[in-house]
Design a protein around this ligand. Structure first.
Ligand SMILES: O=C(O)[C@H](O)COP(=O)(O)O
Length: 259
């Protein structure tokens, strides 16, 4: 259970905000999304607006933003930043913050996959640390590699499926080289990413074990605030959602998807 105590005023405080994109059309349809570049629904845009309102009430406002290269995070960041009148802050975008690649499950209906594969396999594909879904069909994988966003990446970089361990391996260098660097420089980053790239990052920040991260679900559109000491250790672990009760309810809904 997350800690809901309010933050301490502390000049050496380092603050990070994590935000999963608002509801997407694939989320609304109950489909596995992965690297598919889908837009937000109007409800997802409203979630992003609410996220901006919650950030506006916080003492430390973001002064740098990091997103994936998928429109659902880019649009969520645009809306949230407009809500705090900070559309001007620098933005970095990286494939390393993309959602986990769901392989052959991409575009499949979650309830249908659960019925076909059974609860255990369905849950392992969604929430285990080391299980990866079956690979995406070679023709679809080739099409993804040809996308201009990924065209200049070294051969073999664009996956055809991923486990959470694979996501962690690509998120960590981005965290170390960009977000941790921002924090050490006294900046307040906002990372707008995806359910599983954020699960991987939270696993690292809170030093979660595989069985602990299996129970972690990140709701859409809910700003999660982390405070760090000078060693970048989170105080407290797990951070604190700006709207904790709404976040707990929404996280339970994410956990139940496909049921
Ligand atoms: O890629 C997707 O389908 C979602 O954004 C994350 O789905 P999950 O919560 O089932 O991992």
């Amino acid at each position: 259970m997350r800690d809901h105590t309010p933050p301490r005023p502390d000049a050496r405080l380092r603050v990070l905000y994590l935000l999963r994109h608002g509801q997407s059309t694939a989320n609304a349809a109950g489909e596995f999304t992965g690297w598919t570049d889908v837009p937000l629904t109007s409800a997802g845009e409203a979630e992003a607006t609410r996220a901006g309102q919650l950030l506006a009430e916080a003492r430390e406002l973001p002064d740098v933003v990091h997103t994936s290269v998928l429109r659902r995070t880019i649009r969520t960041a645009e809306i949230a930043l407009a809500g705090i009148d900070r559309s001007w802050v620098p933005v970095r975008r990286s494939w390393r913050l993309n959602e986990r690649h769901y392989g052959a499950l991409t575009g499949r209906n979650k309830a249908e996959v659960r019925r076909e594969a059974g609860d255990d396999q369905f849950t392992r594909w969604r929430r285990s640390f080391s299980d990866a879904p079956p690979a995406m069909a070679p023709s679809e994988a080739a099409e993804l590699r040809a996308d201009p966003r990924y065209r200049d990446l070294p051969p073999g970089t664009v996956p055809d499926t991923e486990s959470l361990a694979d996501v962690l391996a690509r998120v960590l260098p981005y965290w170390a080289d960009n977000v941790a660097t921002d924090l050490r420089a006294g900046r307040t980053p906002l990372v707008v990413a995806h359910g599983n790239s954020l699960r991987a990052l939270v696993m690292h920040l809170d030093k979660l074990r595989p069985n602990e991260v299996a129970a972690l679900n990140i709701p859409t559109g809910m700003p999660l605030r982390y405070e760090f000491d000078e060693r970048l250790l989170p105080l407290p672990p797990g951070g604190r959602y700006l709207d904790p009760h709404a976040a707990d309810t929404a996280a339970a809904t994410v956990a139940a998807e496909g049921r």
